[in-house]
Write a protein that binds this ligand. Structure first.
Ligand SMILES: C[S@@+](CC[C@H](N)C(=O)[O-])C[C@H]1O[C@@H](n2cnc3c(N)ncnc32)[C@H](O)[C@@H]1O
Length: 251
Protein backbone atom coordinates (compact mmCIF):
# COMPACT_ATOMS: atom_id res chain seq x y z
CA UNK A 1 0.00 0.00 0.00
CA UNK A 2 1.26 3.48 -0.82
CA UNK A 3 1.88 5.80 2.15
CA UNK A 4 -1.02 8.02 3.25
CA UNK A 5 0.53 11.32 2.24
CA UNK A 6 0.40 10.27 -1.41
CA UNK A 7 -3.35 10.61 -1.18
CA UNK A 8 -2.92 14.26 -0.33
CA UNK A 9 -0.31 15.01 -2.98
CA UNK A 10 -2.05 13.95 -6.22
CA UNK A 11 0.84 14.83 -8.51
CA UNK A 12 3.24 12.73 -6.46
CA UNK A 13 0.70 9.96 -6.23
CA UNK A 14 0.39 9.73 -10.01
CA UNK A 15 4.08 9.71 -10.60
CA UNK A 16 5.47 7.94 -7.58
CA UNK A 17 7.00 4.54 -7.60
CA UNK A 18 7.79 4.36 -3.95
CA UNK A 19 10.31 1.98 -2.60
CA UNK A 20 11.64 2.03 0.95
CA UNK A 21 15.18 0.93 0.28
CA UNK A 22 16.92 1.47 3.55
CA UNK A 23 15.96 1.90 7.16
CA UNK A 24 17.94 3.64 9.80
CA UNK A 25 17.14 5.09 13.13
CA UNK A 26 17.69 8.58 14.48
CA UNK A 27 15.77 11.39 16.14
CA UNK A 28 16.62 14.08 13.67
CA UNK A 29 13.63 15.11 11.59
CA UNK A 30 10.41 15.53 13.50
CA UNK A 31 7.04 15.12 11.83
CA UNK A 32 5.81 12.46 9.48
CA UNK A 33 5.77 14.27 6.15
CA UNK A 34 8.42 13.37 3.61
CA UNK A 35 11.19 15.93 3.24
CA UNK A 36 13.71 16.51 0.48
CA UNK A 37 17.25 15.33 1.19
CA UNK A 38 18.41 18.97 1.36
CA UNK A 39 16.05 19.64 4.30
CA UNK A 40 17.02 16.39 5.98
CA UNK A 41 20.75 17.21 5.67
CA UNK A 42 20.18 20.76 6.96
CA UNK A 43 18.38 19.48 10.04
CA UNK A 44 20.78 16.59 10.67
CA UNK A 45 23.88 18.77 10.47
CA UNK A 46 22.86 22.23 11.60
CA UNK A 47 19.87 22.10 13.91
CA UNK A 48 21.04 24.13 16.94
CA UNK A 49 19.74 21.46 19.36
CA UNK A 50 20.56 18.13 17.78
CA UNK A 51 22.60 18.93 14.65
CA UNK A 52 25.90 17.10 14.20
CA UNK A 53 27.94 20.30 13.99
CA UNK A 54 26.24 21.74 17.08
CA UNK A 55 27.68 19.03 19.34
CA UNK A 56 30.10 20.38 21.90
CA UNK A 57 32.73 17.78 21.13
CA UNK A 58 33.58 15.38 18.40
CA UNK A 59 32.26 16.80 15.13
CA UNK A 60 35.81 17.34 13.89
CA UNK A 61 38.56 15.01 15.08
CA UNK A 62 41.71 16.72 16.34
CA UNK A 63 45.08 15.00 16.63
CA UNK A 64 46.96 15.84 19.83
CA UNK A 65 50.20 16.05 17.90
CA UNK A 66 51.41 15.90 14.31
CA UNK A 67 52.16 12.48 12.83
CA UNK A 68 55.91 12.01 12.53
CA UNK A 69 55.91 10.80 8.96
CA UNK A 70 59.69 10.42 8.79
CA UNK A 71 59.42 7.69 11.44
CA UNK A 72 56.95 5.66 9.37
CA UNK A 73 58.37 3.05 7.08
CA UNK A 74 56.04 3.26 4.07
CA UNK A 75 52.32 2.88 3.44
CA UNK A 76 51.70 -0.18 5.60
CA UNK A 77 53.27 1.49 8.63
CA UNK A 78 51.14 4.59 7.96
CA UNK A 79 47.93 2.53 7.73
CA UNK A 80 48.78 0.75 11.00
CA UNK A 81 49.48 4.07 12.69
CA UNK A 82 46.16 5.43 11.43
CA UNK A 83 44.35 2.39 12.75
CA UNK A 84 45.92 2.98 16.18
CA UNK A 85 44.95 6.67 16.10
CA UNK A 86 41.32 5.90 15.28
CA UNK A 87 41.15 3.34 18.10
CA UNK A 88 42.64 5.85 20.55
CA UNK A 89 40.37 8.75 19.58
CA UNK A 90 36.97 7.14 19.20
CA UNK A 91 36.21 9.42 16.26
CA UNK A 92 34.66 8.62 12.88
CA UNK A 93 37.17 10.46 10.76
CA UNK A 94 40.06 12.88 10.66
CA UNK A 95 40.23 15.35 7.79
CA UNK A 96 43.38 15.73 5.63
CA UNK A 97 44.33 19.05 7.20
CA UNK A 98 44.37 17.31 10.61
CA UNK A 99 46.15 14.13 9.49
CA UNK A 100 48.81 15.97 7.52
CA UNK A 101 49.28 18.87 9.86
CA UNK A 102 51.11 21.16 9.60
CA UNK A 103 52.18 20.31 6.04
CA UNK A 104 48.76 20.44 4.36
CA UNK A 105 48.05 23.97 5.53
CA UNK A 106 51.69 24.98 4.95
CA UNK A 107 51.29 23.95 1.28
CA UNK A 108 48.20 26.16 1.01
CA UNK A 109 50.01 29.06 2.69
CA UNK A 110 53.08 28.62 0.46
CA UNK A 111 50.88 28.71 -2.62
CA UNK A 112 49.14 31.88 -1.40
CA UNK A 113 52.45 33.54 -0.65
CA UNK A 114 53.86 32.60 -4.05
CA UNK A 115 50.92 33.98 -6.03
CA UNK A 116 49.40 36.80 -3.95
CA UNK A 117 49.78 40.45 -4.83
CA UNK A 118 51.70 41.43 -1.72
CA UNK A 119 51.32 45.15 -2.34
CA UNK A 120 47.83 44.91 -0.78
CA UNK A 121 47.21 43.47 2.68
CA UNK A 122 46.57 39.75 2.56
CA UNK A 123 42.98 38.81 3.33
CA UNK A 124 42.00 35.16 3.73
CA UNK A 125 38.50 33.86 4.37
CA UNK A 126 38.09 30.31 5.58
CA UNK A 127 34.62 28.80 5.46
CA UNK A 128 34.01 25.93 7.86
CA UNK A 129 37.39 25.97 9.59
CA UNK A 130 36.57 23.05 11.94
CA UNK A 131 38.98 22.98 14.85
CA UNK A 132 41.08 25.90 13.52
CA UNK A 133 44.07 23.78 12.49
CA UNK A 134 44.24 25.24 8.98
CA UNK A 135 43.99 28.82 10.28
CA UNK A 136 46.66 28.27 12.94
CA UNK A 137 49.08 26.58 10.53
CA UNK A 138 48.56 29.17 7.74
CA UNK A 139 49.23 31.95 10.26
CA UNK A 140 52.28 30.07 11.60
CA UNK A 141 53.62 29.73 8.08
CA UNK A 142 53.13 33.42 7.32
CA UNK A 143 54.77 34.41 10.60
CA UNK A 144 57.82 32.28 9.80
CA UNK A 145 58.12 32.78 6.04
CA UNK A 146 56.38 35.94 4.83
CA UNK A 147 57.94 39.41 5.01
CA UNK A 148 57.02 40.78 8.48
CA UNK A 149 54.83 43.47 6.87
CA UNK A 150 52.69 40.78 5.23
CA UNK A 151 52.16 38.82 8.45
CA UNK A 152 51.58 41.95 10.55
CA UNK A 153 48.94 43.39 8.20
CA UNK A 154 47.14 40.22 7.18
CA UNK A 155 43.56 39.35 8.11
CA UNK A 156 42.23 35.82 8.44
CA UNK A 157 38.46 35.66 8.75
CA UNK A 158 36.78 32.40 9.63
CA UNK A 159 33.07 31.93 8.82
CA UNK A 160 31.76 29.09 10.96
CA UNK A 161 28.21 27.84 11.47
CA UNK A 162 28.90 25.92 14.67
CA UNK A 163 29.30 27.98 17.84
CA UNK A 164 31.34 25.27 19.58
CA UNK A 165 33.75 25.01 16.64
CA UNK A 166 33.99 28.81 16.45
CA UNK A 167 35.14 28.78 20.09
CA UNK A 168 37.54 25.93 19.42
CA UNK A 169 39.09 27.86 16.52
CA UNK A 170 39.81 30.84 18.75
CA UNK A 171 41.47 28.49 21.24
CA UNK A 172 43.60 26.77 18.58
CA UNK A 173 44.72 29.99 16.89
CA UNK A 174 45.24 31.64 20.30
CA UNK A 175 48.03 29.16 21.06
CA UNK A 176 50.19 31.79 19.37
CA UNK A 177 49.31 35.12 20.96
CA UNK A 178 50.37 37.29 18.02
CA UNK A 179 47.95 35.46 15.66
CA UNK A 180 44.92 36.69 17.57
CA UNK A 181 45.10 40.28 16.27
CA UNK A 182 44.91 38.93 12.70
CA UNK A 183 42.17 36.37 13.26
CA UNK A 184 38.40 36.80 13.66
CA UNK A 185 35.57 34.27 13.67
CA UNK A 186 32.18 35.17 12.28
CA UNK A 187 29.66 32.72 13.66
CA UNK A 188 27.16 32.44 10.80
CA UNK A 189 25.94 30.36 7.88
CA UNK A 190 28.24 31.08 4.95
CA UNK A 191 25.49 30.21 2.48
CA UNK A 192 23.35 33.10 3.73
CA UNK A 193 24.26 35.93 1.36
CA UNK A 194 23.04 38.55 3.82
CA UNK A 195 26.03 37.81 6.07
CA UNK A 196 28.57 38.87 3.43
CA UNK A 197 27.68 42.57 3.31
CA UNK A 198 28.52 44.76 0.34
CA UNK A 199 31.05 43.93 -2.35
CA UNK A 200 34.70 44.63 -1.48
CA UNK A 201 36.86 45.34 -4.57
CA UNK A 202 40.07 44.28 -2.79
CA UNK A 203 41.34 40.77 -3.62
CA UNK A 204 40.92 37.98 -1.09
CA UNK A 205 41.45 34.24 -0.79
CA UNK A 206 38.68 31.82 0.10
CA UNK A 207 39.55 28.46 1.63
CA UNK A 208 37.04 25.63 2.05
CA UNK A 209 38.30 22.25 3.14
CA UNK A 210 35.83 19.35 3.42
CA UNK A 211 32.88 21.72 3.42
CA UNK A 212 31.05 21.53 0.08
CA UNK A 213 29.84 17.99 0.70
CA UNK A 214 28.44 19.13 4.07
CA UNK A 215 26.14 21.73 2.56
CA UNK A 216 22.46 20.92 2.20
CA UNK A 217 21.95 19.39 -1.24
CA UNK A 218 19.44 17.40 -3.22
CA UNK A 219 19.94 13.80 -4.22
CA UNK A 220 18.86 12.11 -7.41
CA UNK A 221 19.06 8.40 -8.03
CA UNK A 222 18.94 6.03 -10.96
CA UNK A 223 19.62 2.32 -10.32
CA UNK A 224 21.77 1.96 -13.43
CA UNK A 225 22.21 5.56 -14.58
CA UNK A 226 20.24 4.73 -17.74
CA UNK A 227 16.75 4.37 -16.28
CA UNK A 228 14.88 7.53 -15.37
CA UNK A 229 16.43 9.59 -12.59
CA UNK A 230 14.37 9.87 -9.44
CA UNK A 231 14.26 12.45 -6.68
CA UNK A 232 15.13 11.19 -3.19
CA UNK A 233 12.90 12.08 -0.23
CA UNK A 234 13.05 10.97 3.40
CA UNK A 235 10.12 10.16 5.61
CA UNK A 236 9.92 9.19 9.25
CA UNK A 237 7.77 6.09 9.71
CA UNK A 238 7.33 4.62 13.19
CA UNK A 239 10.45 6.40 14.43
CA UNK A 240 12.61 5.21 11.57
CA UNK A 241 13.71 6.96 8.41
CA UNK A 242 12.62 5.57 5.09
CA UNK A 243 14.23 6.59 1.84
CA UNK A 244 11.73 7.19 -0.95
CA UNK A 245 12.35 7.57 -4.66
CA UNK A 246 9.99 9.59 -6.80
CA UNK A 247 10.02 9.91 -10.54
CA UNK A 248 10.55 13.48 -11.60
CA UNK A 249 7.42 15.21 -12.83
CA UNK A 250 7.21 15.96 -16.52
CA UNK A 251 5.15 19.07 -17.28
C1 LIG B 1 33.84 18.37 7.84
S1 LIG B 1 34.17 19.81 8.75
C2 LIG B 1 35.70 20.31 8.02
C3 LIG B 1 36.53 21.14 8.97
C4 LIG B 1 37.87 21.61 8.41
N1 LIG B 1 37.70 22.44 7.24
C5 LIG B 1 38.76 20.44 8.11
O1 LIG B 1 39.00 20.17 6.92
O2 LIG B 1 39.18 19.80 9.08
C6 LIG B 1 33.01 20.97 8.05
C7 LIG B 1 33.12 22.36 8.67
O3 LIG B 1 32.27 23.24 7.95
C8 LIG B 1 31.42 23.94 8.87
N2 LIG B 1 30.24 24.30 8.09
C9 LIG B 1 29.40 23.45 7.48
N3 LIG B 1 28.45 24.13 6.83
C10 LIG B 1 28.70 25.46 7.01
C11 LIG B 1 28.06 26.65 6.59
N4 LIG B 1 26.95 26.62 5.86
N5 LIG B 1 28.59 27.84 6.95
C12 LIG B 1 29.73 27.88 7.70
N6 LIG B 1 30.36 26.77 8.15
C13 LIG B 1 29.87 25.58 7.80
C14 LIG B 1 31.22 22.91 9.99
O4 LIG B 1 30.74 23.47 11.18
C15 LIG B 1 32.65 22.41 10.11
O5 LIG B 1 33.48 23.33 10.78
Amino acid sequence: MAPAYLATIPALRRAARWAPLALFSSGIVAGDKPVLVRDFVRSALYDPNHGYFSKRSGPVGVLDSAIRFHKLDGRTAYMKHLDKLYKMHDISWFTPVELFKPWYAYAIAASILRTANLSVPLKIYEIGGGSGTCAKCVLDYMMLNAPPKVYNNMKYISVEISSSLAEKQLETVGEVQSHLSKFTVEHRDATDIAGWGSKDPQPCWVLMLEVLDNLPHDLVYSPDQVSAWMEVWIEKVNGRFVILFFKFQTP
